[in-house]
Design a protein around this ligand. Structure first.
Ligand code: DC
Length: 235
């Protein structure tokens, strides 16, 4: 079986990470949650007072401390998935909170932040056998990825899934609050100057509105099996 790079891009809360984790587990690939990396930078900025209540960011200060921000993924054998570490601290839970979600789009639009994160992502994925999810993986980080998926789903379904996730973690928001956050992020992520969210021309669209987790995994595994067959026939 040829080792490949799998790029999964799409809107917020479409189930990208669920699919990416399942694929990584099934194929014994590494999983790189690129959104978690931008969330770490945002958490760092919040903790150091670089973002005020009105969501104004002290960009210069943040850019100056970027060399001090280290993001790692460490595999948790018990949970069978990798977790996000910011400067050695497990922040997997904290980076998913609403405060980070409300500020991450602005932080991720800063040129120097993207430059650093993209370089890290390319380094982490350079040996292939990797699944990355994000917004610009197929268009910018790994434009030569062998398999590109662009995920989408109905807005209400996405908001409800995200609200259920918050609730499961003891954070309570109305459906409207969650919808507003998703809408604002999608708009900002798709309209920023640098590497906005857009479908790579060769990405396969996966609308999972009516699919279960198992069905979406099957769909992608079949794509990979078909790719392999085609490759074997050509060689
Ligand atoms: O996938 P996520 O919702 O955890 O991502 C959080 C934010 O990070 C998202 O709103 C935009 C930004 N992001 C990005 O700009 N580029 C990526 N490759 C991944 C995420």
């Amino acid at each position: 079986m040829t080792i490949i790079t799998i790029a999964i891009d799409g809107f917020s809360s479409c189930g990208k990470s669920t699919l990416a984790k399942a694929l990584a587990q099934k194929l014994h690939y590494n999983y790189i949650d690129t959104g978690a990396m931008y969330r770490c930078v945002t958490l760092y900025a919040l903790r150091h007072g670089f973002i005020d209540k009105k969501q104004n960011i002290e960009e210069r200060k943040l850019i100056t401390v970027l060399p001090m921000i280290n993001v790692d993924f460490i595999f948790n054998a018990h949970k069978k998935t990798s977790e996000t570490y910011l400067n050695g601290e497990n922040v997997e839970h904290e980076i998913r909170g609403m405060e980070v979600s409300n500020n991450v789009s602005k932080v991720s639009a800063i040129h120097e932040v993207r430059e650093k994160m993209v370089a890290l992502q390319r380094e982490m994925g350079k040996n292939k056998a990797v699944v990355l999810d994000g917004r610009d993986i197929g268009t910018n980080v790994f434009p030569n990825a062998e398999l590109k998926i662009f995920m989408t789903a109905d807005n209400d379904i996405r908001a409800r899934r995200r609200m259920d996730e918050y609730t499961a973690h003891g954070q309570f928001f109305t459906l409207e609050e969650v919808k507003l956050n998703l809408h604002k992020r999608d708009y900002a992520d798709s309209h920023r100057k640098e590497n906005p969210l857009t479908r790579a021309k060769d990405a396969i669209i996966l609308d999972n509105t009516d699919l279960t987790k198992e069905e979406q995994l099957e769909f992608v595994l079949k794509l990979i099996a078909d790719m392999q067959l085609t490759k074997d026939r050509v060689e």
